[in-house]
Design a protein around this ligand. Sequence first.
Ligand code: ATP
Ligand code: MG
Length: 583
Amino acid sequence: MKTPKSEKDKSEKETEKTAVSNSAPPPNFIRNIIEDDLKTGKYGSKVVTTRFPPEPNGYLHIGHAKSICLNFGFAIEYKGRCHLRFDDTNPSKEDVEYVDSIKADVRWLGFDWGEHLHYASDYFGQLYDYAAQLIKDGKAYIDSLSADEIREYRGTLTEPGKDSPYRNRSVAENLDLFERMKAGEFKDGAHVLRAKIDMASPNLLMRDPTLYRIRKVSHHRTGDKWCIYPMYDFTHCISDSIEEITHSICTLEFENNRPLYDWVLDQLRVYHPQQIEFARLNLTYTVLSKRKLIELVTGGFVSGWDDPRMPTISGLRRRGYTPEAIRNFCERIGVAKRDSTVDMALLEYCIREDLNKKAQRVMAVLHPLRVVIVNYPENQVEELDAVNNPENPNAGTRKVPFSRVLYIEQEDFREHPPKKFFRLSPGKEVRLRYAYFIKCEEVIKDENSGEIVELRCSYDPATRGGDAPDGRKVKATLHWVSASHAVKAEVRLYDYLFSKANPADEKESPDWKSCLNPNSLDRLTECRLEPSLAQAKPGERYQFERMGYFCADSDSDQSSLIFNRTVTLRDEWAKIEKGQSKK
Ligand code: ATP
Ligand code: MG
């Protein structure tokens, strides 16, 4: 079907605006390290082994996606392996629900760990033996100071720590106490196992860090088998070593833990992977800390982990994001050594770019205004051709019913139009997309409220398809639905979850929850959609012409359709980028 030039609607203009140059990803310092290691044969074989080690104490978020894309991405690029390993050493906060959601999210993002699904808890036996080896070598001791005393003895950034009075216990006594800790003879907190390093080290983490503590709680995988649990710093490096990880990539906050990572592996004289740190992802208008996200869920500030306003993978999925858009976003932001905050508009740009190619166009009226075409025959229905996706010539066309009573968008009519308002107003003519020119003849108002309830319009039968044979022009093309054919739906519009760009910045906003955006959700319950959407299945994505990209919600079904707006058509990122290039 021929689309007249004048019929360039918002969605098509959108395409032009999003055609921002696809610049190459910035140089990646981790890739350089891997390339060097492969050249020098540092790890013998050519296989690059990475891992993604989440703690199963929450759902994954877009920051984790950066780490997942990086780790699994390198494994794919170098034909190596990437392991999914649950860092489950803190039994009280962990849950099978989280393990399952993490696996589902990694798979949905498009990655596969193959046979390499691991749990740090699988290594509890080996970790215990390694701890005993450290004791035998005089590199670890049982300390019986209380937690408060240990803190006091640790010193500060400016003052060195003090040795614990238990630091010089004999190997035999240490071994005996360690075994009895394991056997459950002591209460929580009575003793801990500590590495014997240096209480005066400028790095506080090296001041005899705790390696094991007593926790008499059940573990979601090992049950009540253990009542002592290894600490993260001890577990993590040994797990990497056992799995023969070559490049152990983590975020910058672990930079100070690296000397301890290396110390443990050096003392044990085992296979020694290298830890490499990169800057974590921060995004504007949201928070990416699991502690804060848990608070939002348990405090009822959102409907759950998969609330479409959440930056979680499950929230983004429900909102309508695609794995491709998220992977593309992660590639564009690149990896660096310095922390920075990425503009949410870039994430939105990536999803628009993807959906522009994929999403079928449909017509949906979010705030309906009734229009009666007075000169259109009462019982006539015409099936008009509509283009499914102007970006995809193979997407074809569909039929849209046109009849005497229609709905248009309330905002497309003004009784007293301001200057440059080219849409419908009394006496003015506009085009109905794929249909006819119509002209507003009369405005009907509610007698009591004065509210506009209906427009009476005439149509020009000669303009079928959207063009006038006499060459006359109109300045606006409106979307519409046929009142008797349309399906009713609830549509949820979202705004940012926070009204401040950096809600996590404690200097700017000491109480991060005080900047939650009270208008982040707008539920429209009277929307009318073209009938082709009656069968929409949860997860299906569409462009509602002129209104944005939408996705059928997971709770949507044929008896009550619910759509989430994924993103508007407005392209903030293109504007920002244009602005930056002008500077
Ligand atoms: P939190 O501190 O919010 O609890 P975490 O870093 O402890 O998050 P984990 O689930 O333990 O979260 O981390 C799994 C992996 O994901 C780690 O390697 C971590 O470095 C990485 N990761 C977590 N958050 C981000 C982020 N914002 N950007 C990039 N990587 C991240
Ligand atoms: Mg953690």
